[in-house]
Each structure stands twice: as structure tokens, then as C-alpha cells.
Design a binder for this molecule. Structure first.
Ligand code: NAP
Length: 261
């Protein structure tokens, strides 16, 4: 999709990958509603409208769309980028804990994609969802997070077969990226390697939007590893084993005796 004159909603604009996407997008002839709960972190300028919203709640997402329609009329591009992870040992059953992460990472993007269809009818539009490499690669310690990315990946891949000519749904697959993501997941959460800069993801996302790409892979390393794992299907299980060791080491460090050291 040509970006000229387009109206965009971007979630997760206050940090990390979303902030980098915002930094690149603002240089185009576009208007952006930049969403986060902490909008004081979002740059203010002519073509950026910060909007505070907790996207885990249906009423809040409805409020976002009402605001966007009033401010900009049509919405051409929705970038569902907001998301978070827990790094944890699942020991205590908690429905609320599961619901919290699924609301942000799965329900909200799916509901927003549905809203975009309802809003645009036959108009051309794009919806971009930040998925993750962990929708395919096992990452011990992050099983709830990974399950949300599996779910949104499943939705996007099937929905792609249901789209009409005027619709493009794109899935983005970043590998570990240098943002606040891991710090927010847990204290000294184990980080999978290799890591990439959020700017690299932002460049790939914008290129993907312009070219109507349905699948956006910002990391060559990941693209190669996917092919390799298809030929040698033990590559990802071996990677999972390495991450498992890191996870257990991290858990050991979390024991009260070790925390004090
Ligand atoms: N970093 C990685 O290694 C990595 C790898 C693969 C995929 N991803 C995905 O990339 C996306 C962006 O993550 P990031 O790395 O940029 O992390 P980040 O720096 O922690 O940013 C997360 C963004 O999501 C927003 N957010 C979280 N919960 C929200 C809520 N309830 N309502 C509204 N906004 C909310 C945050 O805004 P506020 O705090 O202001 O609300 C923030 O802007 C996520 O979907 C993540 O799963 C990240």
C-alpha cells in the first residue's frame, strides 16, 4: 500500500518496536494515532496524535476506533503491535493471569482486525500484527507468551485465506529484539540469542506495508533457521534444549537464598 495520505493506528507506540515504527512512519505524508497507556513517552508533532488506551479491554478498543474515526475519518492501516510477555515457572493456577496476556496479545488484535473489516467494507486497507519467531520456536519460561503468539499466528495464517481483494493482513516475525520487553517479562529474564535492533524490525514492517507482504521476517538469521529446521527438524528442539538450561539456571537464581547474594 502506498503510504501517501494514509491514516494509521499504531499500538505499542510508546516503547521499543512500536516507537521505532513511529519514528520511521512520521517522516511520511501520513497521520498516525499513536497508542499506549503511557502517552507522555510519545513524541508530539503535527502528524502524530497520541492516544492513551488500555488495549486489553473491549470498551477501550471501541473508544480508540470512535476517536480515530472522528479525528481522521477512514483508517487505512492498523498496526497491532502492543504486546508483552511473562517469564515464569507456572506453579500457581490463575485464570486472570492467563486472561491478562491473551487479552492484550490475542483478543485485542483479532478484535481490531474485525473492526477494520467492519469499518472499511470494500475500501482497501491493511492490518499488520506483530507476531514473533516464538510462534514456531520453543522458548522455555515463556510458555504462556509463546502460546499467545501461536494463537495469533494461527489466526493470521487462516484469516489470510479468508481475506477479500481489498484486504491485506500481514504477520511480522521478529526474533529477540533490544527493547524493554525482557526487562518487563521478569527480573533478569533469560534472553534468547541472537538479538536484533528494533530499527531493523521497523524498517522491515514499513517495507512490508508498502509491498503488501503477508509475512514479514525482519531477521535473515530466522529466515535461514526456518529452512534449516525443515531439512533438519531437530534444529529447533536443540535450540529449545539450550534455552531450557538457561531457564533452569535463571530459576535457580530466583530462589530466595540466591536472590540475596
Ligand atoms: N522484543 C522482543 O524480543 C520481541 C520479539 C518478538 C516479538 N515481539 C513483539 O513485539 C511487540 C512490541 O514489543 P516490544 O519489544 O517493543 O516491547 P516493549 O518495548 O515492552 O513495548 C511494548 C508496547 O506495548 C504496549 N502495551 C503493552 N500492554 C498494553 C496494554 N494493555 N494497552 C496498551 N498498550 C500496551 C506498551 O505501551 P504502554 O506500556 O505505554 O501501555 C509498549 O508500547 C509485542 O507484541 C511483542 O510481543 C517482541
Amino acid at each position: 500500500m502506498d503510504l501517501k495520505n494514509k491514516s494509521i493506528i499504531l499500538t505499542g507506540a510508546s516503547s521499543g518496536i512500536g516507537r521505532e515504527i513511529l519514528n520511521k512512519l512520521k517522516e511520511y505524508d501520513v497521520k498516525i494515532i499513536a497508542v499506549g497507556r503511557n502517552i507522555n513517552k510519545i513524541e508530539r508533532r503535527d502528524n502524530i496524535i497520541p492516544f492513551s488506551c488500555d488495549i486489553s479491554k473491549k470498551e477501550e478498543v471501541d473508544r480508540l476506533f470512535e476517536f480515530a474515526e472522528k479525528k481522521l475519518g477512514n483508517i487505512d492501516i492498523f498496526i497491532a503491535n502492543a504486546g508483552f510477555a511473562y517469564c515464569e515457572d507456572l506453579t500457581t493456577p490463575s485464570w486472570e493471569h492467563i486472561e491478562e496476556i491473551f487479552s492484550v496479545n490475542v483478543f485485542s488484535p483479532i478484535y481490531s482486525v474485525e473492526k477494520m473489516r467492519e469499518l472499511n467494507k470494500d475500501r482497501k486497507y491493511s492490518a499488520i500484527i506483530t507476531c514473533s519467531a516464538v510462534s514456531e520456536v520453543p522458548l522455555p519460561g515463556y510458555s504462556l507468551y509463546c502460546s499467545t503468539k501461536h494463537a495469533i499466528n494461527g489466526f493470521g495464517r487462516v484469516y489470510n485465506h479468508e481475506t477479500r481483494e481489498n484486504e491485506v493482513i500481514s504477520l511480522v516475525y521478529p526474533i529477540a529484539t533490544k527493547t524493554n520487553f525482557f526487562k518487563n517479562a521478569a527480573n533478569r529474564a533469560p534472553i534468547p540469542l541472537p538479538m536484533q535492533d528494533p530499527e531493523k524490525v521497523a524498517i522491515a514492517v514499513i517495507d512490508g506495508i508498502k509491498k503488501d507482504k503477508r509475512f514479514i521476517y525482519p531477521s535473515k538469521f530466522y529466515t535461514i533457521s526456518r529452512v534449516l529446521n525443515r531439512i533438519l527438524p531437530f534444529v529447533y528442539p536443540i535450540y529449545g534444549g539450550i534455552q531450557r538450561r538457561k531457564f533452569y539456571k535463571w530459576l535457580e537464581g530466583c530462589q530466595p537464598n540466591n536472590m540475596a547474594q
